[in-house]
Design a protein around this ligand. Structure first.
Ligand SMILES: NC(=O)c1ccc[n+]([C@@H]2O[C@H](COP(=O)([O-])OP(=O)(O)OC[C@H]3O[C@@H](n4cnc5c(N)ncnc54)[C@H](OP(=O)(O)O)[C@@H]3O)[C@@H](O)[C@H]2O)c1
Length: 244
């Protein structure tokens, strides 16, 4: 089984991605701070069809200094890492003028510094092992504005810039680096939106519907697959036409 690390795989988009990949002959190393009942059920389900295809590793990605030891232990326990999905992310909304600076720092730490440092150590291992795939979770907020999400938007725009330059840097070593930019998806991260706001997003999208977790999992699975071998440095937007 090919090993793929999926961060933030205990809920929402990450759990959907982990489930999908575990069912597609990958061994998924699911990283999050806490295991929950949804993830436990997904592990049991994965074990029934492909034993050992979904493993949980508890780790706080805000602890940047411990990332090198995380990557080392994954490589030691599971072998070469063929894919990394930098999906874990947090969001605090609120006007910039009122946002505590500690929250600004936490957003940038978890959404930007942590995936960059994790990628640093994983990409080194990938280059030594002959190649791999990195998929970074951006957002349409990297391109469009949304009042109350300026810091979150900044972290996602940073991820797009990181994706493009890193693709140039590691391409000749056999590593592809791409991003996925989802539109609004109903998860814990977006529970703060009112029904009215949801309906507005749906109405304003070209397809008049909302994106589902499975749609994002499809894009990630594609970017990890052989079919995407000549794609690097790109951003796949999955937003039902919200930004069309
Ligand atoms: N939902 C959307 O509409 C949407 C749209 C565009 C982009 N995105 C992006 O997609 C990604 C996933 O979003 P989501 O909606 O699925 O979020 P979610 O439901 O809130 O899940 C976030 C995941 O990240 C993990 N996580 C958070 N902080 C962590 C930390 N310090 N260390 C380790 N794991 C951590 C959480 O697990 P623990 O809490 O147990 O650690 C959880 O598994 C994010 O990068 C988000 O910005 C989401």
């Amino acid at each position: 089984m090919r090993n793929v690390i999926v961060t933030g795989a205990s809920r929402g988009l990450g759990l959907g991605i982990a489930r999908r990949l575990a069912g597609a002959e990958y061994r998924v190393i699911a990283v999050a701070r806490k295991e929950n009942s949804q993830l436990t059920a997904a592990i049991e389900e994965a074990d029934r069809s492909a034993p050992g295809s979904l493993k949980f590793l508890s780790f706080d990605l805000g602890e940047i200094d411990r990332i090198p030891e995380l990557v080392k232990s994954i490589r030691k326990d599971f072998g070469p890492i063929c894919g990394l999905v930098n999906n874990a992310g947090i969001s605090f909304d609120g006007s910039l003028g009122l946002m505590p600076t500690t929250q600004i720092e936490q957003l940038i730490r978890v959404n930007t510094i942590s995936p960059i440092v994790l990628t640093k150590y994983v990409v080194r291992a990938m280059m030594a092992d002959g190649g791999g795939r990195i998929v970074n979770m951006a957002s349409i907020m990297a391109f469009t504005g949304y009042s109350g999400l300026s810091v979150y938007g900044a972290t996602k725009a940073a991820i797009v810039g990181f994706t493009r330059s890193l693709a140039r840097e590691v391409g000749r070593m056999g590593v592809n680096v791409n991003a996925v930019a989802p539109g609004f998806v109903d998860t814990d991260l977006t529970h703060g939106l009112t029904d009215e706001q949801r309906q507005k997003i749906e109405r304003r999208s070209a397809l008049h519907r909302l994106v589902k977790v499975e749609d994002v999992a499809n894009a990630v699975e594609f970017l990890l697959s052989e079919k995407a071998k000549n794609m690097t440095g790109t951003v796949l937007t999955v937003d039902a036409g919200s930004t069309a």
